[in-house]
Design a binder for this molecule. Structure first.
Ligand code: ADP
Ligand code: MG
Length: 348
């Protein structure tokens, strides 16, 4: 295990130093750092100075995302916890804080988010790809194993206990947590501006070309190579959850998506195509985009109107081509040419 980590570490270090030495002679071009983790594409673009210094601070990110948090890598901390049969394990020092933050989010989000849903999503075949429609009795039984409150995590000793039969899956929040962490390091090492994009959780900071806001395209769920609109922002996190990211068509001809309602154990089927959340924190944006998707548009709007903690905005696109947009980002959003969505503004 150590050897594999060391190899990975060396490979990433070489990659990073090569990438940064190639570009550091040209100030106008961004420093680029790309990698694949959590089954998705991750990219970082940095402008200005301190590129090498900044790169040093984030070189452990791919290992963190995969070797620590993967549900399928047998050597990862999450895998080991999920198979520890209730035994307490000492794990990477990011895992306990991630659990604490996630528990707070799950609580605030009324259980529409639950990072212990894995036994249920595994039964549907998500993450392994062996898709099937489980029997109701099987789902009912597996739901007994879902309850984020029962996970114990100590942020001082880094000890974590997952009760026997329960399993963790940080798929809904890990990219946001890691993006927050990376951005903090990159900002602190003096990069003037940049963009971290961890598989749909995007954090831009500073100004583009020293003067402009960043334009963040929002993917068209029906044609993910196009953008149905753009958000002009900076110093915000933009996170999108889409049913189009991962799904299967069942034997009954229905589409089953990877976002699951923890209250029923079923993939969400409420007419929403995608949810984009804009807020100050990556982990909150990532958690909110998934949870609002599960809530549905009406509850999401209510949650927005009652919120005094997360200060977020959202964009929800549904199958009827309604685009619900909260007032805080109404002026930052531009619908692309050729999209005849009916835009519905939600006031606070
Ligand atoms: P993506 O950016 O890949 O679309 P999301 O941030 O929307 O992902 O998170 C979806 C992932 O989170 C799923 O693949 C699964 O691992 C997990 N998940 C699905 N439903 C829930 C839920 N209700 N609460 C917590 N995690 C979930
Ligand atoms: Mg999410």
């Amino acid at each position: 295990m150590m050897k594999k980590k060391l190899l990975l570490f060396t490979a990433v270090f070489l990659l990073v130093t090569t990438a940064f030495s190639l570009i550091s002679c040209n100030n106008a071009a961004p420093a680029k750092y790309d990698f694949f983790a959590m089954d998705t594409h991750m990219s970082i673009r940095l402008y200005g100075q301190s590129a090498n210094l900044a790169a040093g601070g984030i070189e452990g990110q791919p290992e963190f995302l995969d070797s620590v948090l993967s549900v399928t890598d047998e050597e990862s901390d999450v895998y080991r916890l999920n198979h520890a049969k209730g035994e307490t394990l000492t794990v990477d020092n990011h895992v306990a804080p991630l659990i604490k933050l996630s528990q707070e989010l799950c609580e605030d989000l009324d259980g529409y988010l639950d990072f212990t849903l894995y036994p249920v999503s595994q039964a549907w075949g998500f993450t392994t790809g062996d898709y099937r429609i489980p029997e109701q009795a099987e789902i009912d039984e597996l739901l007994q194993k879902v309850d984020y409150r029962r996970i114990e995590a100590d942020t001082e000793t880094f000890e974590v206990t997952v009760p026997d039969g329960m399993m963790l899956d940080f798929g809904a929040v890990a990219k946001g947590y890691a993006a927050d962490y990376a951005t903090e390091i990159l900002k602190n090492t003096g990069t003037v501006s940049g963009i971290v994009d961890y598989g749909g959780t995007i954090i831009p900071w500073g100004m583009k070309n020293g003067k402009d806001l960043w334009t963040i395209g929002i993917q068209d769920p029906e044609d993910p190579s196009s953008y149905f609109g753009i958000l002009s922002v900076t110093e915000k996190v933009i996170s999108t959850s889409g049913g189009y990211e991962r799904y299967f068509i069942g034997e009954d001809g229905k589409r089953y998506i990877h976002i699951i309602d923890p209250k029923t154990g079923y993939p969400v089927d409420n007419g929403i195509l995608s949810v984009t959340v804009v807020c100050e924190s990556g982990i909150a944006a990532d958690a909110l985009s998934t949870a609002l998707f599960v809530m549905g548009t009406e509850k999401a709007a209510e949650f927005y109107q009652n919120d005094t903690k997360y200060h977020f905005d959202f964009l929800i696109l549904d199958e009827e081509k309604h685009l619900y947009l909260t007032e805080g980002i109404a002026d930052s959003f531009t619908l692309s040419n050729g999209y005849d969505y009916s835009v519905i503004r939600i006031e606070k």
